[in-house]
Design a protein around this ligand. Structure first.
Ligand code: FES
Length: 288
């Protein structure tokens, strides 16, 4: 078992992980700031991009110090990393707050290592302001943030905190028309689950349209047919039952995170009173 696997199973972390989650959720409520930190505006998670800059700056400073580079350049890199720390940390905590228990156990250790690493880099700058060289501090900081990056990689690529959980649907969903049952049996303003071939979909009838989307939330795979219909800015919306992401029913677009990717959508038609659907393989491009 790897170190990361041991950490994700360590129930002893649950108290601190839960306290951290509650604190973040108390500060970051649904809204524009939370959406921005998740990366809704970017179309994918913001944290990895910020972390790459922050970590890259810190580790580059450590390497420069290790090979006897000039202190001035190293300090510039440390200062760049420190300047980027706040948005990096904020975006990470935003994602953390909507994670599941195993992700949050790894997340608190990830955060603790980063916190210690940042303190060491800040200490190096302080030592340099007093005439020291701070190289031992940047070396220790580099070790800690690198170990933390390993855990961050585990969270992103093994535990899938951040990726689009519905990415496969446009590639595996049916490209030919599939019957979903009588159109007259689709209830008004109540999402229902159907199968388009082997692919679960959610069917939504509103006042002026019937929409078919993948029944899988891009954030963490929740069944969207258990969500609630609503309306925002004159558009019908569907709210995810697990963490409250809001999507437009017409095109699956994200209105509010934590999801950052749209729900895959399906084309629809009615043939002899039967609703049919096929997946849109290239979202934004009408199927031929
Ligand atoms: S599964 Fe988290 S918002 Fe849908």
């Amino acid at each position: 078992m790897t170190i990361a696997e041991r950490i994700e199973r360590a129930r002893g972390l649950d108290r601190v992980a839960g306290a951290a989650r509650d604190a973040v959720q108390g500060v970051l409520r649904t809204g524009a700031v939370k959406d921005a930190l998740h990366g809704v505006w970017l179309g994918h998670a913001l944290h990895p991009a910020l972390a790459q800059f922050t970590l890259g700056s810190f580790v580059s400073a450590s390497l420069l110090d290790a090979v006897g580079g000039r202190t001035r350049e190293s300090s510039t890199l440390v200062a760049a990393g420190l300047a980027a720390t706040l948005p990096t940390v904020a975006s990470g905590w935003a994602d953390y707050a909507d994670g599941h228990e195993e992700q949050q156990r790894v997340g608190v250790v990830h955060a603790a290592l980063n916190g210690a690493g940042v303190a060491l880099y800040a200490g190096a700058l302080l030592a340099r302001s007093r005439g020291g060289r701070g190289r031992a501090l940047t070396a220790a900081g580099g070790a800690l943030v690198s170990l933390s990056a390993y855990l961050g990689g585990h969270m992103a690529f093994r535990q899938a905190l951040g990726p689009n959980h519905a990415e496969a649907v446009p590639h595996t969903g049916p490209e030919d028309w599939q019957p979903l049952g009588p159109l007259a049996e689709v209830p008004d303003r109540r999402p229902v689950r159907r199968l388009a071939g082997d692919t679960p979909v959610v069917v939504v009838r509103t006042a002026d349209a019937v929409a078919v989307l993948a029944d899988r939330c891009p954030h963490a795979s929740a069944p969207l047919h258990e969500g609630e219909l609503g309306e925002q800015d004159g558009c019908a919306t569907l709210t995810c039952p697990w963490h409250g992401s809001v999507f437009r029913t017409a095109d699956g677009g994200v209105v509010h995170g934590p999801a950052t990717a749209p729900v895959p959508r399906f084309e629809t038609r009615a043939v002899d009173g039967v609703l049919e659907a096929r997946v849109v393989t290239h979202p934004g491009v009408p199927a031929s």
